[in-house]
Design a protein around this ligand. Structure first.
Ligand SMILES: Cc1cc2nc3c(=O)[nH]c(=O)nc-3n(C[C@H](O)[C@H](O)[C@H](O)COP(=O)(O)OP(=O)(O)OC[C@H]3O[C@@H](n4cnc5c(N)ncnc54)[C@H](O)[C@@H]3O)c2cc1C
Length: 337
């Protein structure tokens, strides 16, 4: 019989679990219910007690200032100690940068195996883990007999646990910390409104190459495009995606939007984000781009071209209109509201 252990960690504030951790808890609850397995939750945090509120199952945790910030040596030691204490056959964890960095080492230390980028867990008698290969072209269902089996879950694939369970008592697990050579002295990060890739955003806003092309007046309006896009991102909190053509222009010495990098690229050779809604602007909607929209729920596009790819069944609504004009009006309304 399987036993499930869900590893979680605190967010940057230290006073809450990350959303991806809470999603992993939901995955653990669903799997435990389906397999009639036991469920335990593990917490890596400086002060885990308040974070355990409402979690289902027994809670094991490490505590202390060493676990306030991500660091390989302390996080690996913490997860190893928790896994040894939990003695579970299946270990679920969020595929966050903090855990992705340590979990393969933890699996190795406890003699287990690991699979990453899991998007779904199924199976009635045995655990079946689903993941994509080859840039989302092949979906595979993986089963293993080796235990413990670690599964790193992709964010956005489960509902976050609402924390409505009875308050569990937290068992603090001692950790033998190795000598810590790395000291985290602080975090340098761009201001929130400078970060254009926001995986938790409800909306994906895609900018295509049309923003930097000659417009009906025969001129390019790149500065205006930059202001409109930046303004929309600031007012809406949307995440910024781009077509390949637009980000490639920078390398080719053409006029570009300064805040775009290849990390923003969506598509076959870019990313495949998960947002409930998407709005494409000045983008043609060619197949190598649109395959990156596989997990976007509701799709809308603004294009001057009535024959663009979006009008051929790839979007729910297409506005045949000038995106400069439309986005100026949208920003005006957002600013008022
Ligand atoms: C192997 C391979 C892999 C690829 N991988 C990717 C990938 O990962 N991601 C990707 O994006 N592409 C990828 N591509 C390229 C892809 O095929 C297209 O070339 C690219 O997506 C086109 O970008 P675009 O639609 O922004 O530009 P364009 O094709 O130049 O389209 C610009 C659009 O903007 C519209 N427009 C212009 N001005 C306005 C305005 N004022 N208002 C509204 N609309 C306006 C035009 O009508 C036009 O439809 C790949 C291609 C290959 C061969």
């Amino acid at each position: 019989m399987e036993s499930i252990f869900v590893l979680t960690h605190a967010d940057e504030s230290g006073v809450a679990l990350t959303r991806a951790s809470l999603e992993a808890v939901t995955a653990g609850m669903e799997l435990a219910a389906r397999l009639s397995a036991t469920l335990k939750i593990g917490i890596v945090a400086a002060d885990p007690q308040p974070l355990s509120k409402g979690l289902p199952g027994a809670v094991l945790a490490v505590a202390g200032p060493a676990f306030a910030q991500p660091r390989f040596a302390s996080d690996a030691a913490a997860c190893e100690a928790l896994c040894r204490a939990a003695e579970a056959s299946i270990v679920l964890a969020p595929g966050s940068s903090r855990f992705a960095r340590v979990m393969a080492a933890v699996a190795h230390r406890v003699g287990g195996v690991i699979d990453t980028h899991i998007t779904a867990l199924g199976g009635e008698a045995a655990v079946e883990a689903t993941r994509w290969f080859y840039r989302q072209r092949i979906e595979a269902v993986v089963t293993r007999t080796a235990r413990p089996w670690f599964l790193l879950l992709d964010a956005g694939t489960h509902m976050a646990c609402a924390g409505e369970g009875a308050n569990a008592t937290v068992e603090i697990v001692p950790v033998n910390l190795p000598s810590l050579r790395t000291e985290v002295t602080g975090i340098r990060a761009p201001r929130q409104d400078e970060q254009t890739i926001r995986p938790d955003a409800k909306l994906l806003f895609v900018a295509g190459a049309g923003w930097t092309k000659k417009q009906p007046d025969g001129q390019m309006h790149t500065d205006e495009a930059g202001k409109l896009i930046h303004g929309f991102l600031r007012l809406s909190g949307a995440s910024l995606g781009s077509s390949k053509s637009l980000v490639d222009q920078g390398g080719e010495g053409h006029s570009v939007l300064p805040f775009l990098t290849h990390l923003n690229q969506i598509g076959q050779t870019g990313s495949t984000p998960r947002h409930p809604k998407g709005l494409s602007t000045c983008c043609h909607g060619e197949e190598p781009h649109v395959v990156g929209w596989r997990f976007i729920g509701e799709r809308r596009a603004i294009s001057l071209d009535p024959n663009c790819g979006w009008t051929r069944g790839k979007a729910d609504v297409v506005y045949i209109a000038d995106a400069f004009q439309v986005m100026a009006k949208v920003n005006e309304r957002l600013a008022k509201s």
